[in-house]
Write a protein that binds this ligand. Structure first.
Ligand SMILES: C[S@@+](CC[C@H](N)C(=O)[O-])C[C@H]1O[C@@H](n2cnc3c(N)ncnc32)[C@H](O)[C@@H]1O
Length: 233
């Protein structure tokens, strides 16, 4: 009991949805794990041996069904891509798409992205981090679950190399305000582009599934690109 009281509760940015896994997603998870899967561990990854080469590494947090991630990886074979997602049916779907696209520059991790950044991503190792349509947690009592928080922004800054970029998009006006506030207060990032649009003008990325859902509900989209400054460590 005392142990229960003393143990600090971790606030996570997701709830594990039960979500149905189709037979083909389950099979893809099993069959393609050796090709695309990376086990959770508490030691830093060596990207060079993970991809058998030296290249820029782009990381995406919460890739959902992964179609955007696979499209981006297929369009940039000179770069390496790491996707993090906790929703297993989405990971299965992504592996299916990745194998159809016959790409070799993609690896996937099934784990809380904050833990992956903390334990598995070496300092100053990423050239870019994509955070597309993070869960908005609209209720006030849930705002603490939003992944974009000052501590998260500092962690991302530590993992990006100087000049690397943090690219975010959301369709929730109130989350956009929160992102403006948190990133605006960080001396480690500078906003180099902020674009509001109706789905027609995303910043260098394909439309995502959640973006289309937001657009159907009449939401506007905000896209940002922040660069990691060489100060404030
Ligand atoms: C609203 S969906 C957006 C999915 C996709 N990016 C898109 O735009 O279609 C957010 C996704 O982030 C994932 N997610 C949320 N917090 C996460 C975390 N801490 N680590 C890994 N995945 C997370 C959720 O499981 C969910 O699939």
């Amino acid at each position: 009991m005392a142990d229960k009281i003393l143990r600090k509760r971790t606030i996570r940015s997701f709830v594990r949805r039960a979500g149905r896994m189709t037979a083909s997603q389950r099979r893809a998870l099993q069959d393609f794990w050796p090709t695309f899967g990376v086990d959770a561990a508490d030691v830093p990854l060596d990207f060079r041996s993970l991809f058998n080469r030296e290249a820029d590494v782009v990381l995406e947090i919460g890739f959902g069904n992964g179609e955007t991630l696979v499209e981006l990886a297929a369009a940039a074979p000179e770069k390496d891509f790491i996707g993090i997602e906790v929703h297993e049916p989405g990971v299965g779907h992504c592996m299916l798409k990745a194998s159809e696209a016959e790409i070799s520059n993609l690896r996937l991790i099934v784990r809380d992205a904050v833990e992956v950044l903390r334990h598995q991503v070496p300092p100053e190792s990423l050239s870019r981090l994509n955070l597309y349509f993070p869960d908005p947690w609209p209720k006030k009592r849930h705002h603490k679950r939003r992944i974009v928080q000052p501590g998260f922004v500092d962690l991302v800054a530590d993992r990006l190399r100087p000049g690397g970029t943090l690219n975010i998009a959301t369709d929730w006006a109130a989350y956009a305000e929160h992102i403006d506030e948190v990133l605006g207060a960080s001396i480690r990032f500078e906003c180099i582009e902020r674009r509001e649009h109706g789905g027609e003008a995303p910043l260098d990325r394909p439309q995502t599934k959640f973006e289309r859902r937001g657009l159907r509900q009449g939401h506007r989209i905000v896209d940002w690109c922040f660069t990691r400054q060489n100060r404030g460590q």
